[in-house]
Design a protein around this ligand. Structure first.
Ligand code: BYC
Length: 343
């Protein structure tokens, strides 16, 4: 089962029963002072940096979210990499290779950001490989044809940007800074996907039908990507209180729908939702019901590609063992040489 949340020992049972402020029960006078300095920094919208004091529950939440995010980036390489060898032209192949490489880079920035919280990369990857850690539901669906690659760029990366731009203002410095670069690259990814689809929509009837079919298959999965409705989101209130999350799951989902509708019109595709319509009074679009049972089944390991995705990551890790061993042996040799020279 690929279900359990990533659990990092925090040395404190109290952290499990936190309220809106994660204050362990018996705080020493020194800890109480540190906690109030931390709260004041958060209230003033300041940044927390790695060597500064932070409540264990804040650290644990960040490790959970950032490591899940990192896993999503590297698992997210798989559905698109599947099309590198079959891209329809050299230009599309070069763009796709660059995009997939960017996702690997995003994974690296994010693992590095999480490491500053005192967790090791091996520990995080073990969480992924043993199925304890989550990664985004969206990457458990197959990319069936070339139009899927365009739609993943347009809608999946579009949803990712909507979710990630507010993370550039996250209260934890290393995560916020990593997100600035990630968002710049994601916005290139989104535009390349949209442009590839615009070209297909000027092609044959068959090409147009491929695009519409891909939009039909991905639309609802992208809406679910933002996470459960606010009322069913156990982590939201605390995440927002700490300035980790800035905009709620439902508000981001609404912004995504409102931004995407006009783009779909320009593209000439229909979004597969009979209930999707402009609500004059709200100044936003109404939309239909998301299938949350399907979302949770996928998050809990039973989506169409969960086993394939995890299998590919475990195989890559095992196949790369010799590279890690060689790098360590080389580093050791260099260290011995430097010590000899210094002596
Ligand atoms: N899939 O209380 P909630 C990308 C989990 S990368 C799976 O609302 P939170 C891209 C959630 O983890 C996309 N699980 O949680 C990459 C929690 O479980 P745990 C990834 C999900 O943390 C390559 C439980 O449901 N983006 O786009 O406040 C190529 C309850 O949820 C999902 C990020 O990771 C999901 N969709 O909010 C192209 C961004 N949604 O951990 C594109 C950073 C929820 O308690 N992360 N869950 O066991 C976030 O912004 C937040 O963590 C989330 C969830 C909005 C995802």
């Amino acid at each position: 089962m690929y279900t359990q949340s990533f659990s990092v020992p925090d040395g404190s049972e109290d952290a499990k029963s936190v309220g809106l402020k994660a204050v362990p029960k018996a705080l020493s006078a020194q800890d109480a002072a540190l906690q109030s300095a931390f709260d004041a920094r958060i209230d003033a919208d300041g940044r927390i940096e790695p060597r500064e004091w932070m409540p264990e529950a804040y650290r644990k939440t960040l490790v959970r979210q950032i490591s899940q995010h990192a896993h999503s980036e590297i698992v997210g390489m798989l559905p698109e990499a599947n099309w590198i060898s079959r891209a329809p032209s050299l230009k599309r192949k070069a763009i796709l290779i660059a995009k997939v490489q960017d996702e690997a880079g995003h994974g690296l920035y994010l693992y590095s950001a999480a490491e500053t919280l005192g967790t090791s990369r091996d520990q995080m990857l073990d969480g992924l490989h043993t199925g304890k850690a989550k990664y985004s539901s969206i990457f458990n669906y197959p990319t069936l044809n070339w139009a899927d690659v365009g739609v993943v760029g347009w809608l999946v990366d579009g949803a990712a940007i909507m979710n990630q731009v507010p993370l550039c203002r996250c209260s934890y410095g290393p995560y916020a800074r990593a997100m600035v670069r990630v968002c710049k690259e994601e916005s290139f990814h989104q535009r390349q996907g949209y442009e590839a689809l615009l070209v297909m929509m000027q092609g044959t009837a068959e090409q147009k039908a491929m695009v519409q079919d891909a939009v039909n298959r991905w639309w609802w999965k992208c809406l679910a990507m933002f996470g459960p409705p606010d009322a069913d989101s156990p982590n939201s209130a605390q995440g927002m209180r700490w300035g980790i999350k800035r905009i709620s799951n439902d508000d981001l989902r609404q912004k995504f729908v409102d931004a995407t509708v006009p783009q779909a019109k320009v593209l000439g595709v229909t979004l597969p939702d009979p209930d999707l319509k402009w609500n004059e009074a709200r100044g936003q679009h109404d939309y239909g019901q998301i299938d949350w049972d399907e979302f949770w089944a996928t998050v809990n390991g039973n989506g169409p590609c969960n086993k394939e995705r995890l299998g590919a990551r475990v195989k890559a890790w095992n196949d790369g063992a010799w590279v890690r061993e060689a790098a360590l042996a080389h580093a050791k040799k260099q260290q011995v040489r430097q010590l000899k020279e210094a002596a």
